[in-house]
Design a protein around this ligand. Structure first.
Ligand code: FES
Ligand SMILES: [Fe+2]
Length: 359
């Protein structure tokens, strides 16, 4: 038993690892839909190497990106519909991670055994979501997305980029509405409103709302964090009438860890528009505002990529950082619960083995 007991420091280290690569038992967007065609793609998300491909019916599949024979990348292999054939010696692994053919030898015992992890996949609004379960939670949880990505009356554009910063800083950044009036103070959407505010935090059905007291509809004035089988962020910024109809401009955001110091951000830019108004907005977005939105996002990227990885350890947070503290607390809590459950499970298994050995 003693070698199964870990110290508090070791436990904290495991928790920190889990936080820095992303908490599990959640869905994450892993690629925009346009990023996967017939040729398999090799990516890293949450520190895991994944081969992703699309079959002839357009369905996307994802398995761990390592051949069970000698570790060649399956993503370098050949797309055979619902399976990939390894480029090195031809082993075929299907979408469920099962080895279905070992062509170089007869009756290989590896055949018909599951050797690769297979990721549950959903493709929604132009993005591919994968479920990352831990050992205790391999079955996917229900994925619920905000109305803006689900209901017909909303229209959106997905904007995605890889940032050389931890997903933790990308999330902190969205949970920090005060930066709008400063970092983006020269932009067409965030040039107005007070540069000082008292912030308040409020519990919502699925998470937390963080907002400026006494100011709304002027700038980036509020943000919501939601935990509904995935971690999403929602905010709205005002939109000048001259750049198109539809009222406020909502953003639904996600930050998917790639590794400790890299992430992929997803921002759906959304407006409540239908019919010809939707067409008009699409036209104006493409012709007038998309470039300006990218400029704003670039300001975030430059700022965040220049943060030291350990900037977090030398901070002096103040009142308007309440949202940052809260989100960090929630993510750390989830990681602790997950690591503790795994430790408890391992301990139980050892007890069972020891018990049966002594009988
Ligand atoms: S390494 Fe894949 S078949 Fe040999
Ligand atoms: Fe920003």
């Amino acid at each position: 038993m003693s070698d199964q007991t870990i110290t508090n420091d070791e436990f904290d280290k495991l928790v920190e690892q889990r936080i820095s690569l992303g908490v599990k038992n959640l869905w994450y967007p892993i690629l925009p839909s346009w990023g996967v065609k017939n040729t398999p793609v090799g990516i890293t998300r949450l520190g895991e190497k994944i081969a992703v491909w699309r079959d002839n019916d357009g369905n996307v599949h994802a398995i761990s990106d390592s051949c069970p024979h000698r570790g060649a990348r399956m993503s370098l292999g050949i797309n055979k519909g619902d399976k990939l054939a390894c480029w090195y010696h031809g082993i075929e692994v299907d979408k469920d991670g099962m080895v279905v053919n070992v062509p170089a030898v007869d009756n290989c015992p590896m055949e018909h055994t599951k050797k690769n992890h297979s990721y549950p996949i959903q493709e929604i609004k132009g993005a591919i979501f994968a479920y990352f379960g831990d050992e205790l939670n391999p079955e996917p949880v229900a994925l619920e997305l905000p109305d803006e990505l689900v209901k017909e009356e909303y229209s959106s554009f997905l904007c995605t980029a890889i940032w050389k910063t931890s997903y933790r800083y990308a999330i902190d950044n969205v949970m920090d509405p005060m930066h709008g009036a400063y970092l983006h103070g020269d932009s067409h959407t965030m040039a107005w409103g007070e540069k000082k505010a008292k912030m308040r935090l409020e519990k919502t059905k699925n998470g937390w709302l963080f907002e400026k007291e006494g100011q709304t509809g002027m700038n980036f004035d509020w943000v919501e964090f939601g935990d509904t089988g995935t971690h999403w962020l929602r905010l709205a910024i005002p939109y000048q009438k001259k750049v198109g109809p539809g009222g406020n401009f909502a953003i639904i955001g996600f930050a998917t860890p790639i590794d400790e110091n890299t992430c992929q951000v997803y921002f759906w830019r959304v407006r409540k528009v239908e019919g010809w108004i939707k067409d008009l907005w699409h036209f104006m977005y493409k012709n007038r505002t998309e470039g300006r939105h990218w400029d704003v996002l670039e300001q975030d990227r430059v700022l965040l990529e220049a943060l030291d990885p350990d900037a977090r350890d030398n901070e002096f947070l103040y009142q308007h950082d309440l949202g940052v503290s809260r989100i960090r607390f929630e993510i750390a809590k989830a990681a602790r619960v997950q690591v503790k459950a795994l430790m408890d499970h391992k301990k139980q298994n050892v007890q069972v083995v020891l018990h049966s050995q002594s009988e």
